[in-house]
Design a protein around this ligand. Sequence first.
Ligand code: HEM
Length: 455
Amino acid sequence: MARREIRPTTARSPKCETDRVTNDEAVTGTATGTQASDRQPAGSGASDGALRLLNELADDDALRADPHSVYRALRAQGGPVVAAPERNEVMLLDYDVSLAVLRDPRCSTNPSHRIRPPGEEDADDFRVAMTSGNSRVLLFLDPPDHTRLRRLVSKAFTPRAVERLRPHIAEIVDGILDDAADAGEFDVVEDLGYRLAVTVICELMGVPTSDRHLFGPWSSAASRLLDGATITAEELQASVEGAVALSTYFEDLFVERRRSPGEDLVSALLAVEEEGDRLTPDELRSIVVLLFIAGHETTMNLIGNGTLALLRHPDQLALLAADPELAPSAVEELLRFDGPVQLTGRIPTCDVEIEGYRFDRGTQLTVMLMAANRDPARFDDPDRLDITRTDNAHLSFSGGMHYCLGASLARVEAQVAVGKLTDRFGDVLELRTDDVRFREHVVLRGLTELRVATR
Ligand code: HEM
């Protein structure tokens, strides 16, 4: 079959009229990092503290247990927007600024737009590698490639498509909870969160569920790549090995599905790839691996973090157990209160002014999604868990063109899982893990385990 070559574009955002600073100016001249036009982000004293605190999040069990204390300290030290000019980085804790940055098409996820501080220009960045050559991850692509790829997969994840899965998701959860009732105790993270989310994504993608025991360690390791500079050389090695193991698994599955296609997403994407003009083989592999990892790591963590939050707020647990109709609003509040994705990044592709702040081209903007979710200027009494909260437009699924593709699926899975768990065991649910610990991941926040009694 004839193939037309698809030329990847790393186009600058068309919305940028001019690039007003040169590479040098951006890091050495007056335009270091960010400067406010009429609002003042904190200077480098506060930013040293900010970066140190964030790095400690990766290493310190106690801080990982309560990152909100870190965010509160950052806000107190540096205000809602903390600049680290010497690193050409800015950290956003403010809801309005974060949302405006996420929605601004001049702010890209593509790391090749980053202007690094002097001395680090040649630093290896796995993220750059993920957008070029043979590894092109949707999350880090700009239009038009982003638009083309996202369109190919978005149909499978529309609210309507996902709502059709709800009865089947309920069957899976019932089966898991039957086992939990028999056992008298179970691990909400592994036995409910992981088993549910991995089963659903396997079924959607046509991956044999009998292989599901393989994926947990690979995905967990591979997702640490998101933590960038906070991981050690050994952790990086393990992450790369996890990613390679997943890629190899899918290469073998592609051979199998080409031989005997099914009704699943992988078979559908293989058919598109064979048409030759909309999806390259590298893009196919990247999108399948991303969907697969994103499709269960985060949802598993939402179910774990959310159940822990309910156990720590027995009044809210009782409220939900008494009224299962509250499940959708409870899940929104659990996403806001302790969501599984802590932060994301954007890089302005030209000098921009957003919500009164000026950010220079090439600056790394770290959007602290979970800090924005507790911004007292946006949410009433933000540190209170209130599953009946109605004004709850949290940023846990991000915003703008990279808004989570799987948000509807994650919502339905969590609503069914948390709803049925509290409906069935609300009276007896009791924490059995003595030492509740969060994994070392910084970007994806989740528990190592959460054992609970079911009788
Ligand atoms: C509670 C569960 C989940 C959370 C909190 C979550 C969060 C996020 C966030 C914050 C982003 C955007 C990052 C950015 O803007 O830089 C994102 C993107 C994405 N998510 Fe999710 N996610 C969840 C579940 C899922 C599921 C179940 C799937 C797939 C089945 C999925 C697939 C994706 C994909 C493909 C992207 C990239 C979208 C793009 O770049 O256009 N996610 N997710």
